[in-house]
Write a protein that binds this ligand. Structure first.
Ligand SMILES: [Zn+2]
Ligand SMILES: [Zn+2]
Length: 557
């Protein structure tokens, strides 16, 4: 392959080697100049342990910013946070045309409306199953069943061949709502010729097929029918099929549905507007809950991930203004617990059980199904599409490698295992990683985006582990302490094991240091500060066994 020949490349800038933060780019051209298409722009959720005070992680888009003039567009496959959650924060850095389908567009618009100072993002709404061009890329949408309405795979046709980017999908012949996976179009693609499959690996370790949403409906119906008291169901608000499933189960049992939680109210409204709750009787607002007899109500709540401010956590703590539960009531967790949230969810479950409330989870009942394909579904897709090259994405290392093995076992000759930042050439006989491009993570810290290795984040991690000590010291130009030092210990125990006050030890360390300082250093504020800092830290390490952050301010008087 010569340098100037046109080629097709792919690079994940997020979502490969991890679950979350999806951002993929496709490039058409040559090493000197390429046109780019970006697919999805998502977030990951941070776990408190490693990054205190950070909730959201976003992909580092430095590379796309440097290639902005060659970026033809951004297309969003669906409205899950791991695919579109970073748009509000990162779009202003790219100002690129955005393409999405009506439901995704409605959720994005609602998100903008709810965030003060959100950018005004021009969106081109494309219809399900439609075909259109973004720059040199000829794109056709393929409807896929998933756990949110309007999940789309993309057929990306280029002069160098055709790629199927699956997005998130599963096969569900009875999805309760929305289109089934469009196997006709996928088989046709197989006949036409598919160069590469870039596909969802989330459930590549799971044998068989994922159960259908309709099966979940049967279980939830049975549970609600047999419940004596009140029933609360918590799920992801965006899983509109599940909202419908719960609603139908509730109405089937002669109960009304009360919507609890802002995110839930918002999605219910959008789902009504976009037609996804057609035929479902109106829901009642949370303030109706108190007037309904216990056996006539189902509360549909936010908070399935144990979020402390969401409806379910507040109900469990009896802090919710309108909704209460008592002994004999039932709570159904109709959602998977995202790794990292187990403790928060466990706390709520245990709290509810301690109050005599029955808790049902997907560990014992089929009250939730995944929106991702298991192995038999992955096999079926590969059989339909017959790709020459397989590139597993959307998964952690284990998921990716299982997907890769499965592909090889089905006879796909070229399987490319790549990671975030790898530039992959998509060409028969030459598929593989050819270069690296800048990639990484950004943290959303309050309203500010910071780099993952920024000082503020590293310092906060240290602060959270070992606290800080600060000393203010007034010293004469002869190196004599002019007043009692001001000492502030934050996050440090008051006394050591022997009962000695640690602050006193700090005080002694300062005094001894000042006495032992050579004369000529005594008036040098920088030298004094450094000597005192070392001594104070050593004194605390000796008594506590941990190294706090330590700041000394010396004022010469
Ligand atoms: Zn998804
Ligand atoms: Zn996803």
């Amino acid at each position: 392959m010569t340098q100037t020949q046109q080629d097709l490349v792919f690079a994940p800038l997020g979502g490969v080697g991890e679950i979350g933060m999806n951002l993929s780019i496709y490039g058409l051209g040559n090493a000197q100049k390429r046109s780019w298409l970006a697919v999805d722009l998502g977030v990951s959720f941070a776990s408190e342990d490693h990054t205190p005070g950070i909730d959201l992680i976003l992909p580092d888009i430095r590379y796309l910013m440097s290639e902005r003039k060659n970026l033809a567009g951004l297309i969003l496959t669906h409205a899950h946070e791991d695919h579109y959650g970073a748009v509000l924060d990162l779009w202003p850095k790219l100002k690129v045309p955005v393409y999405d389908t009506p439901f995704t567009a409605a959720l994005l618009a609602a998100k903008c409306a709810n965030e003060p100072g959100a950018p005004d993002i021009p969106v081109t709404i494309v219809q399900l199953g439609s075909r259109f061009n973004i720059g040199p890329f000829d794109i056709e949408l393929v409807s896929m069943a998933h756990s949110i309405p309007e999940s789309n795979a993309l057929i990306i046709r280029t002069p160098c061949g055709t790629v199927l980017h699956t997005g998130d999908w599963k096969i569900d012949l009875t999805p309760v709502l929305g289109d089934v996976t469009d196997d006709k179009k996928l088989r046709a693609l197989g006949d036409e010729g598919c160069l590469a499959l870039v596909g969802d690996s989330t459930n590549a370790v799971r044998e068989g097929r994922s159960p259908s949403e309709a099966d979940v409906g049967k279980t939830i119906s049975t549970l609600i029918k047999s419940a004596k008291g009140r029933v609360a169901v918590t799920t992801f608000a965006s899983n509109v099929a599940r909202l419908r499933t719960v609603a139908e189960a509730a109405f089937g049992a002669g109960r009304e549905v009360v919507v609890v939680g802002r995110a839930m109210e918002r999605i219910v409204q959008i789902a009504r507007e976009t037609g996804y709750l057609e035929g479902v009787p109106p829901f009642r607002p949370a303030d109706a809950y108190g007037y309904l007899p216990p056996n006539k109500v189902v509360a549909l709540c936010t908070g399935s991930q144990g979020e402390p401010r969401a409806a379910l956590a507040r109900i469990a703590e009896d802090q919710h203004p309108e909704v209460t539960l008592a002994r004999g009531d039932t709570v159904i967790f109709s959602a998977r617990t995202i790794p990292g949230n187990e403790k928060a969810v466990g706390r709520i479950i245990n709290g509810l059980i301690d109050q005599g409330i029955e808790v049902i989870t997907d560990r014992t009942h089929l009250v939730h199904v995944s929106g991702h394909p298991r192995r038999a579904e992955l096999e079926e897709l590969i059989g339909w599409v017959k790709p020459k090259i397989l590139i597993p994405v959307h998964g952690e290392s284990l998921h990716l490698s299982e997907h890769a093995k499965l592909g090889r076992s089905l006879g796909i000759e070229e399987v490319v295992q790549c990671r975030n930042g790898d530039l992959v050439r998509i060409a028969v006989g030459h598929a593989g990683v050819i270069d690296q491009i800048p990639s990484g993570k950004l943290f959303k810290d309050g309203q500010i985006l910071v780099e993952a290795d920024s000082r503020s984040v590293i310092e906060r991690r240290r602060l959270s582990l070992a606290g800080s000590v600060s000393v203010a010291l007034a010293v004469t130009d002869k190196g004599v302490i002019a007043a009692d030092p001001d000492i502030d210990l934050i996050g440090i125990p008051e006394r050591d094991r022997g009962g000695l006050v640690i602050e006193d030890a700090v005080y002694d360390a300062i005094e001894q240091t000042m006495e032992s300082l050579p004369r000529k250093k005594g008036g040098d504020a920088v030298a004094v500060a450094e000597a005192v800092r070392r001594a104070v830290r050593a004194a605390i390490v000796q008594r506590w066994g941990k190294k706090p952050m330590c700041h000394v301010h010396v004022l010469t008087v």
